[in-house]
Design a protein around this ligand. Structure first.
Ligand SMILES: [Zn+2]
Length: 725
């Protein structure tokens, strides 16, 4: 069976590759294999494997085979490349160069066997130098180790920088770098790449999308323009794993790195119609330093992408905390963000208007106001300085408005920034300039925002720049806590720290900050600050809620609500919010407006996936949107144990006969809810079966409908409630 299936694989067919795996197959009855070197017809080969997976390296350490023995399919061609890549710097452009390649295929390595591991050693390396076409030897050794651990291959690298010149620093290593990924056995068009861009992206036939031949494609990344996908973790990658999958089997890549070093997930076009994939680390190994990477894991598996999600989730279960929000948050349907004072100072409502806006929101089933534009400075100005605006009612007016909403049974959250520092503030001049993250030149990383006025001036000239706080810097945590005290003092029941849950994990080169490496500044600093903020908040008021913008797994358990942004929180052709939602079903996360679809589609998409609603005033006043949203919240409030607190299980436990309709399940005890949404322009018939369950009710957009026998009209949502039979 194994040999027959393997030999049918279509994109390979090199005799050497097949004989290699045939040799492995002969030994598979003995279980785990760790044999080598074996004398092939041309060169020695080293192998590790078992009944699930087979890995073969040649005697120079180049990858020969990576095969799924459960299905008999080999996932790489026999291109025989070294499965890593490195870059270093030799000072700066004044004294040397940044970002010089150490071409892995040009190095001479030796391979040895250590029980279930293959170890490739390079006693020294040859790297490019500033002058193009020339190279030099580097007194830098590399040991690449790949260990068979069950059905996982665990990759680690150890770099020993024995240079004496401080200018020589290893800045980047790719471990592993798997090149020549063809298809997974069913052809290119069957494969999809599940990519954790924000809530998730599903890229069908990634070979065609990334291949440089053929039709024009959208810009995806700077390197190679549209031929590469790359993103940093933590954020915009919400998780540090991805998988190729064809519905029947898959190949998993996971960065199992608890240090939260700034990491890059990378997929690029390769030779022929192949892709390469890697996990990139930025270790900054200085002269005299020895560094070992955290593990990267590759896994082959049978089944759909859920299997890969289980692998990653099982690894995070040991160390990423689960959120534990106050009870009122667990059952919140979302919030409304009222209009306020904008970026250019234009005031669209005052404090006294907010209780009335809250009453409108409550009619649509939303009980929380998340108040952004409340500060005198105007939105997106002069962070981190916040004062109530006399023109909007002053501090007393703000307190009165928040107190009124609380008396009426509502909740309020006040907006603050979580990391931007405006260089035009007195805070910046006094402290902020030593807190901001700094680039390799020692200058500040800057982000640009800004609003529009009534003329053209603010459209033609960028007028607002911010530095970004390095979370490790002394003084920043204290500033964040002072924001919490301020929000609580005004009478809010929660505080939003904008951007804190994401944005680029800046590699901070400041020598004044207490981080051990530039790439260990952002995420470790945020985790430390968020743990402290959470503890202080809980001690002061167990019902006060900690809200951050942007969803990333490693921060999600430290906060109570996440205000999201990006693909998968809104619908668009590759949107696949299931990826984050299924892997981490616990966090309370709101949806967000965006993407090419209309607002009603955004609400329907959010309903099926279980994102809470991030509403604007229009959503609760518009004659089309308001009834639609009201019905979503009615259904959620009718079945909160399932639709708000239930565990999202995606497509498990039920079958829907219509793939044009989005359908997902939530479970709670013996109950199961299947949410559906019709994103098409025509009515759709649906039949939903949940084996082992009995249908209890079917509830539709039209509240007068009952029973399962209805067409789902364009844009409509519905829910089927089942009970275990
Ligand atoms: Zn720093």
């Amino acid at each position: 069976m194994f040999n027959d299936e393997f030999n049918r694989r279509s994109f390979l067919g090199r005799v050497g590759g097949m004989s290699t795996v045939s040799g492995l197959a002969a030994n598979r009855a003995s279980g785990s294999e760790a044999t080598g070197p074996a004398q092939g017809s041309q060169s020695a080969e080293f192998r590790i494997g078992n009944d699930t997976i087979a890995l073969v390296l040649d005697d120079t350490g180049h990858l020969v085979t990576l095969a799924n023995r459960l299905t008999g399919h080999s996932y790489v061609d026999a291109g025989k490349h070294a499965p890593w890549q490195m870059y270093y710097r030799s000072g700066d452009p004044m004294t040397g160069a940044l970002d010089l390649e150490i071409d892995s295929d040009m190095q001479s390595g030796t391979v040895r066997q250590e029980e279930n591991s293959l170890v490739v050693s390079y006693p020294s390396l040859t790297g490019h130098v500033a002058r193009e076409g020339q190279t030099r030897e580097l007194r830098v050794s590399l040991v690449l180790k790949v260990t068979l651990d069950g059905d996982h291959l665990v990759w680690t690298a150890t770099i020993d920088n024995q240079e004496t010149s401080k200018a020589i620093e290893i800045t980047e290593i790719w471990v592993p770098w798997i090149r020549g990924i063809g298809h997974l056995g069913l052809g290119h068009t069957a494969d999809a790449l599940y990519w954790p861009d924000r809530a998730g992206r599903r890229i069908p036939n990634p070979y065609a999308k990334l291949s440089s031949a053929g039709r024009p494609r959208p810009l995806l990344g700077r390197r190679g323009e549209d031929t590469a996908l790359m993103m940093t973790y933590p954020y915009p990658a919400s998780m540090q794993w991805f998988t190729f999958n064809n519905g029947a089997e898959g190949l998993y890549f996971g960065s199992h790195d608890k240090t939260l070093m700034t990491t890059c997930l990378y997929v690029n076009t390769g030779e022929g119609e192949t892709l390469s994939a890697s996990i990139v680390k930025y270790p900054f190994v200085q002269a005299g330093e020895r560094w070992s990477s955290e593990p990267s894991v590759t896994q082959v598996y049978r089944g759909g992408w859920h299997e890969a999600a289980h692998t990653y989730r099982a690894w995070t279960d040991g160390w990423i905390p689960k959120p534990n929000p106050p009870d009122w948050v667990r059952r919140t349907t979302g919030w409304l963000i009222p209009p306020g004072k904008g970026q250019t100072g234009h005031i669209r409502s005052v404090y006294a208007d907010i209780p009335g806006i809250w009453r409108q929101a409550r009619k649509a089933g939303i009980n929380v106001v998340n108040y952004f534009g409340w500060v005198k400075q105007g939105f997106d100005n002069l962070y981190p300085e916040y004062e109530p605006d006399e023109a909007m009612g002053g501090a007393d007016g703000l307190k009165a408005a928040l107190a009124q909403i609380e008396r009426d049974g509502g909740r309020t959250i006040l907006y603050t920034q979580g990391q931007l520092i405006d260089p035009s503030t007195s805070f910046y001049r006094a402290k902020g300039k030593s807190i901001v993250a700094r680039d390799v030149w020692g200058y500040e990383y800057l982000e640009a925002y800004g609003g529009r006025g009534e003329g053209t001036l603010l459209d033609v000239m960028q007028n607002k720049y911010f530095g970004v706080a390095c979370p490790m810097a002394d003084g920043w945590y204290e500033r964040l806590i002072s924001q919490f005290e301020m929000a609580k003092g005004f009478g809010a029941q929660g505080i939003l720290f904008d951007q804190m849950g994401g944005r680029p994990p800046y590699i901070c080169y400041s020598t004044e900050h207490p981080h051990t490496k530039p790439s260990l500044a952002a995420a470790p600093g945020k985790v430390r600050n968020m743990q402290r903020i959470h503890e202080v908040m809980r001690a002061r008021d167990p019902n006060f809620v900690f809200v951050v913008e942007l969803a990333t797994d490693c921060y999600s358990g430290l906060v109570d609500v996440i205000h999201s942004h990006g693909i998968g929180f809104w619908p668009e052709p590759e949107a696949f919010g299931e990826l984050l939602r299924y892997t981490f079903p616990e966090p309370v996360i709101t949806n967000r407006g965006g993407g090419p679809h209309d607002r009603r589609a955004q609400l329907g998409y959010a309903f099926t996936l279980g994102w809470r609603i991030d509403a604007a005033l229009r959503d609760v006043t518009d004659p089309v949107l308001a009834p639609y949203l009201t019905r979503i919240n009615e259904l959620r409030n009718a079945h909160p144990e399932l639709l708000l607190e239930g565990r999202f299980v995606d497509t498990e436990n039920f079958l829907c006969d219509n793939s044009e309709v989005a359908s997902h399940a939530f479970v709670s005890g013996n109950d199961l809810a299947v949410t559906v949404w019709n994103p098409t322009a025509i009515p759709q018939s649906i039949r939903i079966a949940a084996p082992g369950y009995a249908l209890r009710s079917a509830e539709w957009q039209d509240p007068t409908w009952s029973g399962a026998d209805h067409l789902l009209l364009p844009g409509d949502i519905a829910v089927h409630i089942f009970q275990r039979a």
